[in-house]
Design a binder for this molecule. Structure first.
Ligand code: UDP
Length: 195
């Protein structure tokens, strides 16, 4: 990996194509890989939130989802050349899953948002398998049950949409036991897919 440090936070250098190639690599290796898509706000939060910094430090791919990160990089000559958005990367992941007939699980958003997103994803990517959906307004004590049900299904990709940084911390908390290949916090992207 070729990493730039922006205000102490590691970010992978490269384009959307580079990030997509990394995704393919991660989807074809063992264990659960975590993808994070920090914007400027998250990099600022990570200055004080040491747990969040650890999540990003240990992630397997970190894309610069904020033009502020590119400006900061240019001023300090850190080598980030272009913004790579979570929305665009999610589309690339979906495209690859469609080609390879892989399965996805959508976790988050208001009741029925994940279902509507799944329907629209299937219209565009008919070979994707929708492994399951779960809304993001569950009781805290049900969290482990949700993780267990994801593990029973073993989707290739888990998208979380619980708001940042909660969606990233949730993946981090369970990534050693999650039976998924790739987990990514995608926030509002699920709402966009829901239409
Ligand atoms: N969300 C959720 N559960 C919550 C809070 C938020 O599922 O308890 C969902 C929300 O419905 C939206 C997504 O998380 O789909 C992103 O939320 P928000 O706009 O707060 O986060 P951001 O985009 O700023 O990361």
């Amino acid at each position: 990996r070729n990493i730039a440090r922006i205000m102490g936070v590691p970010v992978d250098k490269g384009s959307l194509v580079d990030a997509t190639n990394r995704i393919k690599e991660l989807l074809n290796k063992d264990g659960c890989s975590q993808v994070v898509t920090p914007n400027t706000e998250i990099v600022m939060s990570a200055q004080e939130d040491k747990e969040l910094l650890k999540v990003i430090e240990e992630a397997d791919l970190v894309i610069p989802d904020g033009i502020g990160l590119i400006y900061a990089s240019k001023i300090k000559k850190k080598g980030l050349t272009e913004r790579v958005t979570g929305v665009d990367l999610m589309a690339q992941i979906l495209n690859y899953c469609n080609e390879e007939e892989k399965s996805i699980y959508l976790f988050g958003g208001k009741p029925n948002v994940a279902n509507m997103a799944a329907e629209n994803i299937l219209k565009k990517f008919p070979n994707i398998k929708i492994a399951g959906t779960q809304d993001g307004y569950y009781k805290a004590e049900d969290e482990e049950k949700i993780i267990d049900s994801i593990n029973e299904i073993k989707p290739d990709v888990l998208f979380t949409a619980l708001g940042a940084p909660r969606q990233e911390k949730l993946i981090y908390k369970y990534k050693n036991i999650l039976k998924v290949k790739l987990a990514a916090g995608v926030g509002g992207s699920v709402d966009i897919w829901a239409g």
